[in-house]
Design a binder for this molecule. Structure first.
Ligand code: G3D
Ligand code: MG
Length: 181
């Protein structure tokens, strides 16, 4: 299901008019594949994102802005320029790359203490769930100490951005959280 289809379903009548969603995670996690999947673009030929890959989806009176930022170490220091007016954060993990899980956790913990991102809901996608050897959500919950998160809503969903499986439920979770109060 694409974002446009989800918006057209009118299942979220209270959604903010112009939500901003940030998609972060290490390089190679699958952020650009996820965004392409959500916007119905061809999936599977992504080149590493050097800067910002921003997309706006306009539909049914809603303008949804999604920013997928490059995840290489040298680029991560620029993430903070995109922290203003963010309504929700999607943190994408390559669940099949246990070797980088510590680096992933370090980058995630830094985000959690960012003043501008305080209190906003965080959705963790344990991506690449189509691969047999990937960590399961429970293992990632432990590695990223998700149960210790205080003062904000969070959730974890396993998905495969490449195959398009289980992406929808996470986005629905986000949409429910950025509804106008
Ligand atoms: P990034 O934007 O987070 O850096 P990309 O990551 O979206 O560029 O994806 C990095 C690589 O992971 C790509 O492979 C992409 O096809 C692959 N990938 C993304 N999502 C999934 C998934 O759900 N399952 C599997 N198996 N692979 C995925 P290549 O080979 O093009 O580098
Ligand atoms: Mg990318």
């Amino acid at each position: 299901m694409t974002l446009v289809e989800l918006l057209k379903s009118k299942a979220f009548p209270k959604l903010k008019q112009e939500p901003n969603i940030l998609i972060l995670g290490l390089d190679n996690a699958g952020k650009t594949t996820l965004l392409n999947r959500l916007t119905n673009e061809k999936v599977g030929k992504e080149t590493p994102t050097q800067g910002v890959n921003g997309k706006s989806i306009q539909c049914c009176g809603i303008k949804l802005n999604m920013y997928d930022l490059g995840g290489q170490k040298a680029i991560r220091e620029y993430w903070e320029y995109y922290y203003d007016n963010v309504d929700a954060l999607i943190y994408v993990i390559d669940a099949n790359d246990e070797g980088r899980i510590e680096e992933c956790n370090d980058s995630f913990q830094k985000l959690l203490i960012e003043e501008k991102l305080k209190n906003i809901p965080v959705l963790v996608y344990a991506n690449k769930a189509d691969l047999q050897t990937c960590l399961d959500p429970q293992q990632i919950t432990e590695k990223l100490k998700l149960d210790d998160i205080k003062g904000r809503d969070w959730s974890i969903y396993s998905c495969s951005a490449l195959k398009g499986t289980n992406v929808k439920d996470g986005i629905k979770w986000i949409f429910e959280r950025i509804a106008e109060k």
